[in-house]
Design a protein around this ligand. Structure first.
Ligand code: CTP
Ligand code: MG
Length: 229
């Protein structure tokens, strides 16, 4: 069975406005709800674990209980870093969770296809991440603002979520990171430190992370276009 974890406890600094961006509405429905509804359509997913700020737990529990067609869920308190929010969720894993998916609540345009592809690859390889090929040339830049070198674009993947792992691997990776005080910017970077090879699954450019105010408009445009299809 698959348990899906949703970090939603950030401070939404780049969005501004002093509210949790995951509770903002996208074409009439909160971002978090859109995300959870999509994962609820995946048969193999049996539990959703959401991390939010302590003062939001009650609001979010009410919001979820008023939403139909969600898989069983629990809401927990997040931490000061995304990694700590996920670590809190990992404490609630049920015994039957064989594969763990971690997905930014702020990526509501995730497709069923990508979720299923990441689960399949995590089962086969132990760890898998959704990603798209880099569109831009990317430079490695030094502290003085000069280019150090240019990695070949064909080797660059822009990483998204979901990221999926076998339970034992993810728990071991989080354990090691905590012991060694390593803070990564994604979950795979913790697993890579175990020497495990992560499979890259091609996702969609639509799977954006709602980060700044203009992302809301971009996401609504994608939603409208997909409605018309
Ligand atoms: N997140 C979290 N706990 C944190 C930080 C982030 O659960 N301490 C979550 C966010 O709520 C979001 C996801 O991780 O769903 C991706 O993080 P990001 O897009 O950076 O969101 P914020 O950290 O809230 O935004 P910002 O960096 O602009 O403050
Ligand atoms: Mg952040």
């Amino acid at each position: 069975m698959v348990t899906a974890i949703f970090p939603a406890a950030g401070s939404s600094t780049r969005m501004g406005g002093g509210v949790n961006k995951n509770l903002l509405k996208l074409a009439g429905e909160p971002i978090l709800i859109r995300t959870l509804k999509t994962f609820s359509q995946v048969e193999r997913v049996n539990l959703l674990i959401v991390a939010v700020a302590e003062h939001e737990v009650e609001t979010v529990e009410k919001l979820l209980s008023a939403t139909e067609n969600l898989k069983p869920y629990c809401v927990t308190v997040g931490g000061s870093e995304r990694q700590y929010s996920i670590a809190n969720c990992l404490k609630l894993l049920p015994d039957d969770a064989e594969i763990i998916l971690v997905h930014d609540a702020a990526r509501p345009l995730i497709s069923l296809q990508t979720i299923n592809d990441v689960i399949d690859a995590a089962e086969e390889f132990g760890g898998a991440i959704a990603a798209v090929p880099a569109k831009d040339t990317i430079k490695i830049v030094d502290a003085e603002g000069f280019v150090k070198y240019t990695p070949p674009r064909r080797e660059l993947a822009v990483v998204q979520t979901p990221q999926g792992f076998k339970r034992e691997i993810l728990l071991r990776a989080y354990d090691k990171a905590a012991k060694e005080k390593f803070l990564g910017t994604d979950d795979a970077s913790l697993v890579e430190r175990l020497g495990i090879k992560i499979k890259v699954v091609t996702s969609s450019y639509e799977n954006i992370k709602i980060t700044t105010p203009e992302d809301i408009h971009v996401a609504e445009t994608f939603l409208q276009r997909n409605d018309k299809k």
